[in-house]
Design a protein. Structure first.
Length: 142
């Protein structure tokens, strides 16, 4: 059977890193994911808020490099959990168990600049290489 989901959105808050009783790291966060269509009623895009949970090294990676407002691409599996609330009522919630997470934007975009963090430059032998550009515009070849 197949249970695979890939979503892209922005973190609504900083990831919350906790540890189980066996000292296994687990990070929880929520992604705000825009739907592809515009609502006929309001004329605005609808947004889904999707809970995500990452375990072990992925949890530590998320808590170290992602923060509120970061664009993230999450690949994982959908998990439905049944639980009981404080009043004894039966509840059900869905969350994405993160298998892989990727940056959804360049570092410079995250830091407030719109320019990409790397650029394509051919090397002297006709091949290609990517090189990081400095912010100093005096060194630009044009």
């Amino acid at each position: 059977m197949l249970n695979h989901i890939t979503i892209m959105g922005r973190l609504t808050r900083d990831p919350e890193l906790r540890y189980t009783q066996n000292q296994i790291p687990v990070a929880s966060f929520t992604l705000a994911v825009d739907r592809d269509y515009v609502s006929r009623d309001s004329g605005e895009k609808q947004t889904d808020f999707i809970d995500c949970v990452a375990w072990r090294s992925t949890a530590e990676f998320v808590s170290k490099y992602f923060f509120k407002g970061s664009m993230a691409v999450v690949a994982g599996r959908l998990q439905i959990r049944d639980w009981t609330d404080r009043e004894g009522g039966k509840r059900r919630s869905a969350e994405v168990v993160v298998e892989n997470i990727y940056f959804g934007e360049s570092k410079r975009s995250r830091d407030g600049n719109e320019a990409s963090g790397s650029s394509f430059q051919p090397d002297a032998y006709g091949g290609s290489a990517f090189a990081e550009l400095d912010d100093d515009e005096d060194d630009l070849p044009f």
